[in-house]
Design a protein around this ligand. Structure first.
Ligand code: NAG
Ligand code: NAG
Ligand code: NAG
Ligand code: NAG
Ligand code: NAG
Ligand code: NAG
Length: 831
């Protein structure tokens, strides 16, 4: 990755004009989301891929790290290519890789699915649209693989579709597909027929395609093919003995539970299958493991546990191709006390577990587990919960050419190791989080604090993360946001005059969902004024950190002063987007529908500013300038509007329409404006260094998925650095120089072309030629500097306010009768 980027930078430097910024991930590390499948090439050492449900496909490298290979495909229009429902490798050519992509089969995804194909391990792709949708983030996405290449004929592929679309076949290496009309059972199972949004009411369809490479050839094609269906009441495993011409249910099969995996051990001439009574990935209370003997056609129940011990189904199934008869299986979801993994060295006749009770409640664990590549997983999950091994284990693989190398995927990471055969000797294996390079985070809120934390990222499922400085962006954090620990944080904001003070919002009912920090997001405490009914939504912190304005996802807008009880702000509509002036503690801004609102009484009351936004009908975002009082930008369906007088009046900024999230960011001679919106290059990320007089596409060929679900923030500390939070591919950042003259007058009259010749971009390697022209006085008060004046500290802190600690430059006295009490080395509070 690193080398590649350096080369891209050099190439870009040779052609400075319009060179794209070079994007890379902020390293949260460790994956972060559910990984439905890991697929090893059967014979080429080290060739493997991991598919994610919302963040695309990754390729394994020899150092155990992963490289994303489908980023460029996830354009605004084709965002759903980041849902990968199946992957197939060509046994005859390790450079070839195929994937079925598409995210939802219901209305959430407008596009039909595609089969994408690469002949260079994912460096470049071609694609074929299917005449139906593919559901990479639908129920049952851990079944599989549904896509397979004939091991004896690389032109032949089969794909098992969802939604009742049945089995499809390609005879030209995945370029075209036709329906296999002789395969008539398209699956009958529907998770919830009553689900009106379509997510659970679709036919789950086909589960897997498994070729029997030991069978005879018919016209150069493998004759025996097994296909699984998501059915739990009749047959769910079908076979063709004539290369797909005709199909029948395999006799003697269990005919209960859903088959999840079906793997061939050619040396044994046997199939192994795992079953769960749930279709996955998060359910199941029973199931089984079976062996099907291909020589005599007999099924054997080899389920490792029975009776009361069988309280989960089975998902992941890995065969040791070097040692026929050796295999591992995983519970799909054993929610308590932990997942279970079993290993057999005698074809499933006997099993040994990875842990067992040593006299309840003691557990004897035949493994060590560490996460040095992603410390936050240990801090936030393993050491917090009895579930150390994970959950949602749909994929458990033994490297086909290395019996010691194994990987399994969970709801949060990929675990694995390099000493699996020690299970059979000392019965103790070393498990490590091995998902380095996978960034599968759904980013819901971003902030970059002038003179404070460089990046705060609120995320789904893993709560959120603080990156104190730009230097820390490449290092997986020691811990996620904790105490309070939530699964999901939906927003984060900072107090402009007190850069150590930040606030975040959680996403679950039943406990207070507002937390504050006075050390820049290193440690947190629950906001004492938050109730337990409201959750989610947006938050804005007043400049002096005494007022929190909260627009929850499930109620009207609320406000709290000095950690007091949140009370309703009646003058704003529910769901309004909100912002605080970053310098003036009494000023807040909001937007909803066609209206812009302002408050000059610290968010107590808001007034709609009539005519502020012209004929715009939909406010998408409101952001205040990080260091300039009174400057605010509003993003709408008609583009951007800018005010420099606390929202009293606005000027339209031309060049972009349908803007989504927008941001200020420190530039080389003032502040840049970043916007996700529709400009000359389409729906992309643009920057302007001249207050919107000209806009330049800085997204280039980097995919961010659909721009409407991205979050955006410019660095408040590093000139030219900008962050894009995606819905499933983590946070990207890039740094570059944009020339332009901030503070240039913008008018509504002329139609400004989106990429003006006065604006050019240079990469970080190119020397900036931006001259230090005199700009308007407003800008000279905030020249490009990474050093910010300390907030005025003559005052006394209010109750609950900070009054000391390492790095604190604010007031050290408290208003009477409160006293300054050290909470820790970094935080002293008025109590
Ligand atoms: C979207 O994907 C289709 C099919 O793969 C492709 O033909 C098209 O060019 C893509 N469009 C964009 C904007 O990426
Ligand atoms: C998906 O494919 C079907 C069948 O060919 C077609 O009718 C439909 O228009 C396609 N949808 C899109 C969005 O292209
Ligand atoms: C099939 O699966 C569904 C969903 O899990 C369940 O409600 C139903 O009882 C199952 N049927 C049988 C016969 O197991
Ligand atoms: C089928 O073959 C397996 C060994 O491959 C053997 O254990 C089993 O007894 C055989 N079953 C029958 C019915 O012959
Ligand atoms: C296995 O090794 C780990 C250290 O890697 C140790 O913590 C654990 O106790 C060992 N398990 C047993 C049963 O000895
Ligand atoms: C802050 O805003 C209020 C209300 O608009 C205004 O009266 C006051 O002058 C502003 N203070 C500063 C320092 O700009």
């Amino acid at each position: 990755m690193k080398c590649l980027q350096a080369i891209q930078l050099l190439l870009a430097a040779a052609a400075p004009v319009r060179a794209a910024f070079s994007w890379q991930n902020v390293k949260i590390g460790g994956g972060g989301g559910f990984i439905p499948g890991i697929i090893f090439h059967p014979s080429a050492k080290g060739v493997a891929y991991a598919r994610t449900d919302i963040g695309g496909l990754y390729r394994l490298s020899s150092d155990d790290s992963w490289t994303p290979v489908t980023d460029s495909l996830a354009t605004n229009e084709n965002w759903s290519t980041w849902g990968v429902d199946a992957v197939a490798l060509d046994p005859a050519d390790p450079n070839k890789v195929y994937a079925a992509v598409g995210m939802y089969t219901n209305s959430w995804d407008p596009n039909n699915g595609s089969i994408i194909r690469s002949s260079d391990q994912g460096a470049t792709w071609a694609s074929t649209r299917l005449p139906f949708k593919v559901g990479g983030n639908m129920p049952g996405r851990g079944l599989g693989e549904r896509l397979a290449v004939d091991p004896k004929n690389p032109d032949i592929l089969y794909f098992g579709a969802r939604s009742g679309n049945g089995l499809w076949k390609s005879t030209d290496g995945g370029v075209t597909f036709t329906k296999v009309s002789s395969f008539t059972n398209a699956g009958t199972y529907i998770a919830d027929p009553a689900d009106t949004n379509g997510y659970n009411s679709d036919i789950m369809g086909l589960a897997f395609v498994t070729f029997d490479s030991t069978s005879e050839l018919i016209n150069g094609a493998t004759s025996r093919i097994f296909v699984g269906t998501a059915d739990n009441i009749t047959a769910s495993v079908y076979v063709s003995e004539d290369a797909g011409a005709s199909w029948s249910a395999v006799p003697g099969q269990p005919a209960k539970y859903f088959p999840h995996k079906c793997r061939l051990q050619p040396a044994e001439k046997a199939l192994y299958l795992t079953y769960s009574d749930g279709a996955g990935p998060f359910d199941g209370t029973s199931g089984g493991v079976y062996r099907y003997d291909l020589t005599n056609g007999t099924w054997k129940n080899i389920t490792p546990v029975s009776g009361g011990d069988l309280y989960y189904g089975f998902g992941g199934l890995g065969l040791d191709m070097q040692k026929p008869g050796t295999l591992v299986v995983a519970s799909l979801n054993s929610w308590w006390p932990d997942a279970q993994i079993f290993r057999s060295t005698d074809s499933g006749a006997t099993w040994s577990p990875i842990w067992e009770w040593a006299g309840y409640p003691e557990m004897r664990m035949y493994y060590g587990i560490t996460t040095p590549k992603a410390p936050w997983i240990d801090a936030g999950f393993i050491s917090q919960d009895s579930k150390r091994l994970g959950w949602a284990i749909e994929s458990l693989e033994i490297d086909p050419v290395d019996s010691d190398h194994w990987l399994y995927a969970t709801g949060v990471t990929i675990f694995g190791g390099h000493d699996l055969t020690k299970w059979d000797t000392v019965h103790n294996v070393s498990i490590e989080s091995l998902a380095d390079g996978i960034e599968e985070f759904a980013v819901l809120g971003l902030a970059s604090v002038p003179g404070g934390s460089e990046l705060l990222a609120a995320v789904g499922d893993d709560n959120g993360f603080t990156f104190k400085t730009s230097d820390s962006l490449g290092t997986s954090p020691q811990a996620p946001w904790m105490t309070p620990t939530w699964a999901t944080s939906t927003d984060v904001d900072y107090a402009g005059n007190k850069p150590g003070n930040v606030v975040r919002i959680g996403n679950s009912a039943g406990s207070p969902q507002v937390a504050v920090s006075s050390d820049g997001g290193a440690s947190w405490s629950v906001h004492s004024g938050a109730g337990t009914a409201e959750y989610a939504g947006f938050v804005a912190y007043s400049a002096d950190a005494d007022t929190v304005l909260w627009s929850p996802g499930n109620s009207g807008v609320l406000r709290s002063r000095n950690q007091g009880t949140f009370t309703a702000v009646a003058s704003l509509p529910s769901g309004a987007v909100i912002a605080s002036d970053k310098r003036n503690n009494t000023v807040f801004y909001a937007g909803s529908g066609r209206n812009f609102y302002r408050s000059t009484d610290a968010g107590s009351t808001f007034t709609a500013v009539s005519g502020a936004l012209g004929s715009a009908t939909s406010v998408r975002d409101v952001v205040a300038h990080p260091v300039v009082a009174g400057e605010v930008l509003v993003s709408t369906n008609e583009g951007l509007f800018r005010s420099t007088n606390f929202g009293v009046s606005f000027t339209k900024i031309n060049g972009l329409t349908e803007t989504q999230h927008i941001a200020f960011g420190l530039g080389s001679s003032g502040w840049n404006i970043y916007a996700l919106g529709v400009g000359a290059a389409g729906a992309k990320l643009y920057v302007s260094a001249d207050t919107g007089a000209s806009w330049t596409d800085i997204q280039g060929s980097q995919g961010f998925g659909t721009i409407s679900s991205c979050r955006l923030v410019g660095s408040s500390n590093v000139a030219g650095q900008v962050y894009v939070g995606t819905n499933g591919r983590g946070v990207f950042y890039a740094k570059g120089t944009v020339s332009g003259q901030p503070g240039m007058t913008t008018t509504t009259s002329s139609s400004t072309s989106a990429t003006s010749s006065t604006s050019s971009i240079k990469t970080t390697l190119a020397t900036s030629s931006t001259s230090t022209k005199t700009t308007t006085s407003r800008w000279t008060t905030s020249t490009a500097s990474t050093v910010w004046p300390a907030p005025t500290n003559t005052a006394e802190s209010e109750r609950w306010g900070q009054c000391g600690g390492i790095g604190w430059t604010g007031p050290t006295k408290c208003k009477s009768p409160w006293q300054c009490k050290p909470q820790n080395d970094w935080y002293h509070q008025c109590l």
